[in-house]
Design a protein around this ligand. Structure first.
Ligand code: SAH
Ligand code: SF4
Ligand code: F3S
Length: 446
C-alpha cells in the first residue's frame, strides 16, 4: 500500500474547513476516503489537484466568508483547468443550486448526507467533466462508516450521532443535518479501541445533542450507557463530549461522570439566554430555574468542574430588560467561559420571520457588554487557580513559540509552560499555575 502512495504524478488535495467539530471530523473522513484512491494531502493550495471546501451556515458571517473563498478559487482554476473544486457540508446542503449557478468553476456540490460518496462522485467528475450535484434531502438511515485520516495524534473526535431534532427557533442545523441518527454502540467502541491502540489519549464524543444518543435506535442504550462503556476502555485517558443540551442532562449521566476517573470535569451547557421569555421563544425546553438547579446538582456531584456555555444576543424581540436578565444570569452562574454570538437571521427558521428583529447596532452594543462582563468573570475564576497544580495533557508546541508547550487541564483550560524536560505530546504532566489570564493559564512543569 505504502509504495503505491509514492507513485509519480500522485494527486494532491487540500481541504478548507469551516464550522464546528462535526465538520472538522467530516473533513477527516473526506481525507480518509481520498487516501484509498492515493490522494495525498498538501498544505499548499496552489499545488492541489482537488480542493474541498467544507462549509458552515450557522450564521451569516460564516457564510459570507465562505462565499468569498469560493469566489477566490476561480483564479486557481484559470491557472489549472484540471483542478477539481468541491463545496461540501452544511452550506452546500442549504444552497445547492445557487452555488452551481453562481460559481461555474465549482465541479462538485456535496451535501451533509453524501459525504461517504466522495470517491464515487470524483470518479464521475473525472470521467464526464460535468459538474456534479449530490445533495440528498434526507438521510434515510445511518451513512456507512468510512475511513478516517486524523489531523492529530493525541486527541480524536468520535461522532456518536448525527443530526438534531430540537428545532430551536433560531437554528438552521436541523434543516441541514437532518434527523437524529445514532451510531451503533459496537462500532463506536471499536473505533475508540482502535484509537487507543494507535496511541490516542483523549477522545471527544460528538453530536449536536449527545444526551439524545440512542433515542432513535432500538439498541436500548442511552448516552449514560455509552459513557460507561467508553470509560471501561483502558487505553484512553480522557473522555470529553459535545454538545449536551441542558434539557436532556440527567442524574444518571451526572452520576456516571461523578464516578468516572476519565470523563473530564467540564460541562459545556449552552444556555443561549438568561431570560425565561426568550428561552421560551427560542424553544429551548427549559427555564432559568431548571438550569440553576441543574448547575447546583452538577457542582455538588462534581466539585471543581468547569462550566462553559453559548449565548446569543439580539434574538428577535429581545428587550433591554430581557438582555439585563441574561447579564445577571451569567454573573449568578459564574461561567468559566462563554461563546457569545450575535443573533443571525437564518431563512427557513421560525425566528427569521419574527417581527421586531433587533437592529445590528443594538446587537453589537449588547455583545460588547456581555463579553466585558464574561471576561471579568473568566479572569476572576482563573485567578483562583494561581498556585494550584493541574494535570495537563501535553498537546504540543504553542502556536508562536517552539520552546513553549501547550496542553489542557481536565477542565479544558489551556495551559502554557516553558519546555524543560522530556515531556512530549501525549504525556500527562503536572503544571503549577503561576499566572492566570482570561483565556490561558501559564505555569511551570513540576
Ligand atoms: N447543537 C449545539 C451547537 C449548535 S451551533 C447546541 O445546541 O449547543 C453552536 C452555537 O451557535 C449554538 O449553541 C448557538 O449559540 C449558536 N447559534 C446557532 N444558531 C444561531 C443563529 N441563528 N445566530 C446566532 N448564533 C447561533
Ligand atoms: Fe441548533 Fe438547538 Fe439543535 Fe443545537 S439543539 S443544533 S442549537 S436546533
Ligand atoms: Fe456549522 Fe453545520 Fe456545524 S451549520 S456549526 S458546520 S453542523
Amino acid at each position: 500500500m505504502e509504495s503505491s502512495m509514492m507513485q509519480k504524478g500522485q494527486k494532491l488535495f487540500h481541504t478548507i474547513t469551516f464550522g464546528c467539530q462535526m465538520n472538522l471530523n467530516d473533513s477527516e473522513r473526506l481525507a480518509g476516503q481520498l487516501r484509498t484512491i492515493d490522494y495525498e494531502a498538501t498544505d499548499d493550495i496552489e499545488q492541489a489537484d482537488l480542493i474541498l471546501i467544507n462549509t458552515c451556515c450557522v450564521r451569516e458571517s460564516a457564510e459570507k466568508k465562505i462565499y468569498g473563498r469560493i469566489g477566490e478559487m476561480k483564479r486557481l482554476k484559470q491557472v489549472n483547468p484540471n483542478l477539481i473544486i468541491g463545496v461540501v457540508g452544511c452550506m452546500a446542503q442549504k444552497d445547492k443550486d445557487k452555488i452551481l449557478k453562481k460559481y461555474p468553476h465549482v465541479n462538485l456540490v456535496m451535501g451533509t448526507h453524501n459525504i461517504h460518496q466522495l470517491v464515487e462522485l470524483l470518479g464521475k467528475i473525472e470521467e464526464d467533466r460535468e459538474p456534479v450535484l449530490a445533495v440528498w434531502d434526507q438521510a434515510e438511515r445511518l451513512a456507512p462508516d468510512v475511513p478516517t485520516v486524523r489531523k492529530g495524534q493525541i486527541s480524536a473526535w468520535v461522532p456518536i450521532m448525527y443530526g438534531c431534532n430540537n428545532f430551536c427557533t433560531y437554528c438552521i442545523v436541523p434543516y441541514v443535518r437532518g434527523r437524529e441518527r445514532s451510531r451503533p454502540l459496537d462500532s463506536i467502541i471499536a473505533e475508540i479501541r482502535q484509537l487507543g491502540s494507535d496511541g490516542f489519549k483523549e477522545i471527544t464524543l460528538l453530536g449536536q445533542n449527545v444526551n439524545s444518543y440512542g433515542k432513535d435506535s432500538d439498541e436500548g442504550v442511552d448516552f449514560a450507557d455509552l459513557l460507561l462503556a467508553v470509560d471501561a476502555i483502558d487505553s484512553i485517558a480522557r473522555i470529553r463530549y459535545m454538545t449536551s443540551h441542558p434539557r436532556d442532562m440527567n442524574d444518571k449521566i451526572i452520576n456516571i461522570i461523578k464516578n468516572s476517573k476519565k470523563i473530564c470535569e467540564h460541562f459545556h451547557l449552552p444556555v443561549q439566554a438568561g431570560s425565561d421569555t426568550i428561552l421560551a421563544r427560542m424553544n429551548r425546553g427549559y427555564t432559568t430555574d431548571y438550569y440553576r438547579q441543574l448547575v447546583s446538582k452538577i457542582r455538588e456531584a462534581v466539585p471543581g468542574a468547569s462550566l462553559t456555555t453559548d449565548l446569543i444576543v439580539g434574538f428577535p424581540g429581545e428587550t433591554d430588560k430581557e438582555f439585563a436578565e441574561t447579564l445577571s444570569f451569567i454573573k449568578e452562574i459564574g461561567y468559566d467561559a462563554a461563546y457569545t454570538f450575535l443573533y443571525s437571521q437564518r431563512s427557513g427558521t421560525p425566528a427569521a420571520k419574527y417581527e421586531e428583529q433587533v437592529p445590528l447596532a443594538t446587537k453589537k452594543l449588547r455583545l460588547n457588554q456581555l463579553m466585558t462582563v464574561q471576561n471579568e468573570i473568566s479572569l476572576a475564576i482563573n485567578k483562583k487557580l494561581e498556585g494550584s497544580i493541574e494535570q495537563v495533557l501535553v498537546e504540543g508546541p504553542s502556536k508562536n513559540d517552539d520552546k513553549i508547550l501547550m496542553g489542557r487541564t481536565r477542565t479544558n483550560k489551556i495551559v502554557l509552560w516553558e519546555k524543560t524536560g522530556q515531556e512530549m505530546a501525549g504525556d500527562l504532566v503536572n503544571v503549577q499555575i503561576n499566572t492566570a489570564q482570561t483565556w490561558v493559564l501559564k505555569g511551570r512543569l513540576l
